[in-house]
Ligand binder design. Structure first.
Ligand SMILES: [Zn+2]
Ligand SMILES: [Zn+2]
Ligand SMILES: [Zn+2]
Ligand SMILES: [Zn+2]
Length: 398
């Protein structure tokens, strides 16, 4: 060390500083304590003293290279988990780029690659499903939703989409579950639907009762030998009856709606369900609309999550159910049919289901009826501040 004093180095040392090359011999000091440090410094000092400037720089670079090579050897004895964090290019090159990218671009919650990707204010990634689930969880628990990685607040205003991640993910290969071929994700859907020779297929005569199922490349061969096209009308009748029964069921909903539409008294309201909490010891989330008028009476809709489940947080399959409540005193019974629709204001994706209830002065509220939406849609609904929908009501008058 003493060999590096200004007197020993003289003008050459100043020149070194001006050129900013001091890093070349200063940096090793900041590295992990190594015995080679001393020799390294000694070599530089010696070379500087003998005015061999170029060689000094070269040898110091050489020493640095060796020292970093040593460092890599040292880190290769560390446990594998630590190795990833040291960003060691040596070990990373052994796994495929696509595998490494999968690890980087995956959702912080489910570890799947996100098709639609959101990020917290610190850049942690979440798929749309998990993002909505976190927001819905927070809503049910009456807490602020936080990023599972860094605990910063997340909500619809703070978190933005990350299109670069979405596009990168769509380019990453994924395996077709039928033929095991690897394809970029953006091609996979079409491949599975139209191109994959191994995709599960049915015989074109399945509608008249052929139960054959098999990979797509065997369809032609099967259909050539299929006995169903040569069967008599009598033999295929039973198959047609099954299909008929299914169609009838689907038609029934529409028939019912058409029948209701010809009633004398019809009204609809575009409503907004807002979240409230019960004043129990452990408060529970419920939704309610403000009062609305229909058939000269005041009404509200109340909704709750997983009405059959004690603690809705502990279930993945969430559902919503709702009840219609009359708020004014009835003087005569009212027979009401009602139906929730998605409505014009960015409403929910709800399947049509009609309910019927006879309101009297004693029976002022219906049971909690199922609002037919799927679990993902339910999380989406819970994640947003309010739930918009249209309620159509029909009154049957005798
Ligand atoms: Zn996820
Ligand atoms: Zn975060
Ligand atoms: Zn395939
Ligand atoms: Zn067949």
């Amino acid at each position: 060390m003493s060999t590096l004093t200004p007197t020993a180095l003289g003008k050459d040392r100043n020149k070194l500083l001006v050129d900013g090359k001091t890093r070349n011999y200063k940096r090793p000091f900041s590295l992990v304590e190594r015995e080679s440090q001393l020799t390294e410094v000694d070599i530089i000092a010696y070379n500087l003293q003998t005015n061999k400037m170029e060689e000094a720089t070269n040898s110091s670079i050489q020493v640095l290279r060796e020292s970093s090579a040593d460092k890599e050897n040292v880190s290769s004895f560390e446990p594998p988990s630590k190795k990833i964090k040291t960003n060691d290019s040596h070990t990373e090159s052994k796994t495929k780029l696509e595998d490494r990218l999968c690890g980087i671009l995956c959702c912080a919650v489910c570890l799947d690659l996100p098709k639609t990707c959101y990020q917290c204010s610190n850049g942690h990634l979440m798929c749309a499903g998990c993002f909505n689930h976190l927001l819905a969880d927070a809503r049910i628990k009456d807490e602020t939703a936080t990023c599972p990685n860094c605990r910063c607040e997340i909500n619809r205003n703070i978190c933005i989409r990350n299109l670069a991640v979405e596009k990168a993910v769509s380019e990453l290969p994924s395996e077709c579950p039928f033929c095991n071929q690897k394809l970029p994700r953006y091609l996979l859907e079409n491949h599975q639907r139209e191109q994959c020779q191994e995709r599960p297929s049915v015989c074109r005569y399945s509608r008249i009762g052929c139960l054959w199922e098999g990979p797509h490349h065997e369809v032609t061969q099967h259909e050539e030998g299929c006995t169903h096209p040569r069967k008599s009308g009598e033999e295929v009748m039973s198959a047609l009856e099954v299909i008929d029964a299914r169609h009838q069921e689907e038609k029934k909903v529409y028939k019912d709606i058409f029948a209701l539409l010809s009633f004398e008294k019809i009204t609809f309201n575009d409503l907004q369900l807002k979240p409230f909490r019960t004043d129990d010891f452990i408060t529970r989330l419920f939704y309610e609309t403000s009062r609305f008028t229909a058939f000269n009476q005041q009404w509200v809709i109340r909704a709750k999550i997983n009405s059959d489940h004690k603690n809705p947080i502990h279930t993945i399959n969430r559902s919503l159910s709702y009840q219609l409540v009359v708020k004014t005193k009835l003087t005569a019974p009212m027979n009401i049919y009602f139906l929730a629709l998605s409505g014009p204001f960015g409403g929910i994706d709800v399947k049509s289901k009609i309910y019927n209830f006879e309101f009297t002065s004693e029976n002022i509220e219906t049971e909690y009826e199922d609002l037919p939406i799927d679990a993902a849609e339910c999380n989406k609904v819970l994640a947003s501040k309010t739930i918009n929908f249209r309620l159509v009501m029909f009154q049957v008058t005798k």
